[in-house]
Design a protein around this ligand. Structure first.
Ligand code: IDP
Ligand code: MG
Length: 154
């Protein structure tokens, strides 16, 4: 498994509903390392760059309104296979299709309030981490228990 970094957003509904700690805890619990984290407002400009692939779709305006409506928490998570592991913990885009045990399955009802974002692939992850964090905001550090999370024995 390759070491990856991915962008996670606790969307405005997650912050407003007091689920920041719970949601971050799901990711933290796997052993993925938090290398960047901040509470912030997403500007219209940042929203349109982040969601460029969805421009023109019927839900696009609502999506930009949603993500810019109140603060979010942005995280950069690092670990082997971090992109796929993050997506697995989030569950399907539509909460009614996300299994119990996933963030969207446990805490969501509808797609336009689905609580969390996670980059879809390596290319998106690199682009999205760069949109939300500058180099100085991404911290390289070791944890004394890293060896108990990922073995160097393969
Ligand atoms: P993802 O967040 O699981 O990667 P995408 O298809 O990339 O899902 O869609 C981005 C976001 O756009 C979703 O998380 C959701 O907030 C919103 N969205 C997607 N499809 C719809 C829809 O049909 N109605 C309303 N919002 C949608
Ligand atoms: Mg997506």
């Amino acid at each position: 498994m390759e070491l990856e970094r991915t962008l996670v957003l606790v969307k405005p509904d997650g912050v407003q509903r007091g689920l920041v700690g719970t949601i971050i805890g799901r990711f933290e619990g796997t052993g993925m390392k938090i290398v960047g984290m901040k509470l912030m407002h997403v500007s219209e400009d940042l929203a349109s760059r982040h969601y460029a692939e969805h421009e023109g779709k019927p839900f696009y305006d609502g999506l930009v309104n949603y993500i810019t409506s109140a603060p979010i928490v942005a995280l950069c998570l690092e670990g082997p296979d971090a992109i796929a592991i993050t997506r697995k913990l989030m569950g399907a885009t539509r909460p009614n299709e996300a299994p119990p045990g996933t963030i969207r399955g446990d805490f969501g009802i509808e797609v336009s309030r689905n609580l969390v974002h996670g980059s879809a692939n390596k290319q998106d992850a690199a682009r999205e981490v760069g949109l939300f964090f500058n180099d100085a905001e991404l911290i390289d550090y070791a944890r004394s228990n890293d060896v108990w999370i990922v073995s160097d024995e393969g």
